[in-house]
Design a protein. Structure first.
Length: 154
């Protein structure tokens, strides 16, 4: 019986020696758990975290919109820039070609030049209108997509 008591005291002493280490490990585990909980809470507050992933059709539609926005609007801008350049060169050529002396261009030539100028301005106005309409359409579609994504997130 004496040996059993001695063995129990030895085990109790081992437990008492290990207790501070275990307490320290538990404290560190609790601190780590709290920091992870806080991090998770912060991540949950990030925008878009609750959104469902887009369906295949929605992804394809979004990709098509991105292509449309990138290509079509760039093409319209380059067309407008090209027409602006042509109009600028044309008006400058009219100024350069008009000599300072009395000779006036023939009426027929002037009418043709005026018609070209009017046509260039009309084309520029039309392209500007198409560009603004397309920009509005893209904004509407983006707004609809955003609303749809927000609805699916809720």
């Amino acid at each position: 019986m004496h040996t059993r008591l001695h063995e129990a005291q030895r085990k109790l002493q081992n437990v008492e020696e290990r207790q501070p280490k275990l307490d320290d490990r538990v404290r560190r585990a609790i601190e780590r758990h709290e920091s992870l909980e806080e991090r998770l809470h912060k991540l949950r507050r990030l925008p878009g975290i609750h959104k469902k992933p887009l369906t295949r059709a929605e992804r394809e539609f979004k990709a098509e919109l991105d292509r449309f926005e990138g290509v079509e609007l760039d093409a319209l801008h380059s067309s407008i820039e090209a027409l602006n350049g042509r109009l600028r060169r044309y008006t400058q050529s009219l100024k350069v070609k008009a000599p300072n002396y009395q000779r006036a261009p023939t009426r027929k030539k002037k009418l043709a030049q005026d018609a070209q100028l009017v046509q260039l301005k009309a084309s520029l106005d039309k392209l500007s209108l198409v560009n603004s309409e397309n920009s509005q359409k893209v904004k509407l579609i983006e707004s609809a997509l955003k609303n749809r994504e927000e609805e699916t997130a809720d």
